[in-house]
Write a protein that binds this ligand. Structure first.
Ligand code: DGL
Length: 277
């Protein structure tokens, strides 16, 4: 769809169920450094991965309404679970460009696999939705994809156990069936997983290519903005409030975690009563 009348200097809205989407925001900051970002993390209602499609859709719609009050020119659904459960509903209702993380991740996996066996790991909601396997099949029906929910990975990441034997042990249990099938490509289908990619890589071995949908999403976002004449061509001025962060709860805790992921300095994180939107 062609989008006209939007302001190329307006911010991009990025949202997630909590802190994980910062891995996506970080990629956007790296790859399209002129852009301004309004990030929303639904820290009051996280996790989404154990909730129903209806609930995740309702939450996501509220967040999109909030982001629209911030006059964003485009929206990135950084959360895999929200991309899986809610994106198809949301995109019918809004008239600005919107992308999720699932399609870009699936696309690159299909392009890099050599043996056509692709593993997908994510939350229970993402894996149960079969969205990754559906896209992979659409792109190339000869592909075989094998999904595995890894619900303990998010708490391990949030506890900071990125390099800890307990993470390797759990990764080994979760990933053994994918290794047995002989996958050569693994999609990290959850915002948190890139943060433990070293542990995951140790378990699956060097022969398996790890796909980080965050990276691909930032590339696709740049292309989407460009094709709509919405790429920001002005370097942000010194001291400009380029990145703004909003959460639905526990702003201080969010800031601490966020500062460990994003080195640009999270100046403030404001609390929003998201259920009012
Ligand atoms: N952000 C979620 C995702 O990428 C993981 C955390 C959650 O379950 O809410 O699926």
């Amino acid at each position: 769809m062609e989008h006209t009348g939007l302001d190329r200097y307006a911010p991009i809205g990025v949202f997630d169920s909590g802190v994980g989407g910062l891995t996506v925001a970080r990629e956007i900051m790296r790859q399209i450094p002129n852009e301004h970002i309004v990030y929303f993390g639904d820290t009051a209602r996280v996790p989404y991965g154990s909730k129903s499609k209806e609930t995740v859709t309702k939450y996501s719609e509220q967040i999109v309404r909030f982001l629209q009050t911030q006059h964003v020119k485009a929206i990135v659904v950084a959360c895999n679970t929200a991309s899986a459960c809610a994106l198809d509903t949301i995109e019918k209702d809004i008239d600005i460009p919107i992308i999720g993380v699932v399609k870009p991740g699936a696309k690159v996996a299909v392009s890099v696999t050599q043996n056509g066996k692709i593993g997908v790991i994510g939350t229970a909601a993402t894996i149960d939705s079969h969205i990754y396997s559906d896209y992979i099949q659409q792109l190339d029906p000869s592909m075989q994809s094998i999904g595995k929910a890894c619900p303990l990975f998010c708490p391990l990441v949030e506890e900071g156990l990125w390099e800890d034997p307990v993470t390797d042990e759990i990764a080994s249990r979760y990933l053994s069936e994918l290794i047995d099938v002989g996958i050569d490509t693994l999609i990290l289908g959850c915002t948190h997983y890139p943060l433990i990619r070293k542990a995951i890589g140790r378990i699956v071995g060097e022969g398996v290519t790890l796909v980080n949908p965050a990276y691909e999403t930032a590339l696709e976002l740049r292309a989407l903005l460009n094709s709509n004449g919405l790429l920001n061509d002005r370097k942000p001025e010194l001291g400009a409030n380029q990145y703004q962060f909003f959460v639905s709860d526990a702003a201080e805790k969010f800031k601490t975690f966020a500062n460990s992921i994003i080195k640009y300095g999270i100046l403030t994180a404001k609390t929003v009563h998201i259920e009012e939107y």
